[in-house]
Design a protein around this ligand. Structure first.
Ligand code: FAD
Length: 325
């Protein structure tokens, strides 16, 4: 395939692009280079400047700007009009709360195929293939969509974010697209941030202290919060710990939770089942603490400690605090 244009939808928060958009932008650049195409960012925001700069520095050749407030219903309409005019091959959208709504609405508007929550996308001589886990992550499915445009969503942390190219620039195209009355069926009256959710921003955490069923109780997680605080990191969890009600679902790591890419992940009392391990593959260093020497997590860990987490976790916290003075 040649001359394919790869778009990334940029989701902004206070004018700043979400990290997942930058990750997808770098991926789009690599894809576009492989097929002599162009990588472009689509930004729908009244103040797109910061995001526009970030898009170029992370690989965009072009940035399409529509100066309007983002709402997924109107954004889907705008994306439809832009796609009709510029005919992209691929549109990448973050699998975030708003991104999921947008991707579904845009695919319905464009009557196009969508592959959700993928772990990769490749362009070969015979087409575009979307890779996504199935059967609890035991199998990777290749999904081929034949017609363009096609939409793929990616969770944060799937693509490793490399350093941006400072000062890199490109072509900016501004479009004024009038959204007709009737498209926007929802009225946004206000926004109340959920403090718990904000704290659970584990996708961007550099250090994650994760707990599983082996932690034993909600109270048992207390020692993990202490270690995470001492290290300046966040707490995460396996689905088993979430299902037990010891920690909120927003902290769940894995195929049905969040994909994380910290510099350091320490897993306490986590067996290492595939659905969990799929969410930590991009971690630079994995440390596992488990009483069972045969726990599968040791197969992916850089450092393994066969011991009781109730001994290791407080000892680590003490040591970190001592070292930090
Ligand atoms: C469709 C589907 C999607 C799923 N999605 C996810 C997902 O997104 N994320 C996820 O995590 N799981 C997911 N799961 C569940 C997954 O298959 C596992 O069941 C789960 O990850 C197990 O969690 P765990 O390792 O905490 O618990 P367990 O497998 O029960 O492991 C507990 C571990 O703790 C160790 N242990 C016990 N006591 C101690 C101690 N005192 N000190 C040290 N170690 C101790 C044990 O040796 C054991 O290895 C999914 C499953 C399905 C079917």
């Amino acid at each position: 395939m040649s001359n394919q244009n790869i778009w990334v939808f940029f989701e902004l928060s206070d004018g700043r692009p979400k990290k997942v958009c930058l990750e997808m932008m770098q991926k789009a650049k690599a894809l576009a280079e492989g097929c002599s195409g162009k990588a472009a960012a689509v930004i729908i925001d009244p103040e797109p400047e910061e995001a526009c700069k970030a898009a170029f520095e992370n690989g965009a050749d072009q940035v399409l700007i529509v100066r309007q407030k983002f709402f997924f219903e109107s954004a889907a309409y705008i994306l439809e009009k832009l796609a009709e005019k510029y005919s992209p091959t691929i549109i990448l959208i973050g699998a975030t709360t708003e991104g999921r709504d947008l991707a579904a609405s845009a695919s319905a508007r464009l009557h196009c195929g969508i592959a959700s929550e993928c772990t990769d996308v490749v362009i070969t001589g015979s087409g575009v293939f979307w890779i996504r886990p199935s059967y609890d992550g035991r199998l990777n499915t290749n999904i081929g969509i034949e017609e363009s445009p096609m939409i793929g969503t990616f969770k944060p942390g799937i693509f490793k974010l490399e350093d941006p190219s400072a000062g890199r620039s490109g072509e900016t195209i501004e479009e004024a697209i009038e959204v007709p009355a009737g498209v926007l069926l929802t009225q946004l009256l206000g926004f109340t941030p959920d403090d718990e959710l904000t704290k659970a921003n584990i996708e961007d955490a550099e250090i994650i202290v994760a707990g599983g069923r082996g932690v034993g109780s909600r109270e048992g997680f207390g020692q993990l919060y202490e270690l995470a605080a001492a290290l300046g990191g966040s707490v995460g969890a396996s689905r088993a710990a979430v299902d037990e009600g010891w920690i909120a679902k927003d902290y769940q790591i894995g195929i049905t939770g969040k994909t994380v890419s910290p510099r350091l992940y320490i897993g306490f009392g986590i067996s290492g089942a595939l659905p969990h391990v799929n969410g930590i593959k991009e971690a630079d260093i994995i440390v596992a603490v488990n009483t069972d020497p045969n726990a599968p997590i040791f197969g992916v860990a850089n450092y393994g400690i066969v011991a009781d987490l109730n001994v290791i976790c407080p000892a680590l916290t003490k040591k970190v605090r001592e070292m930090k003075g």
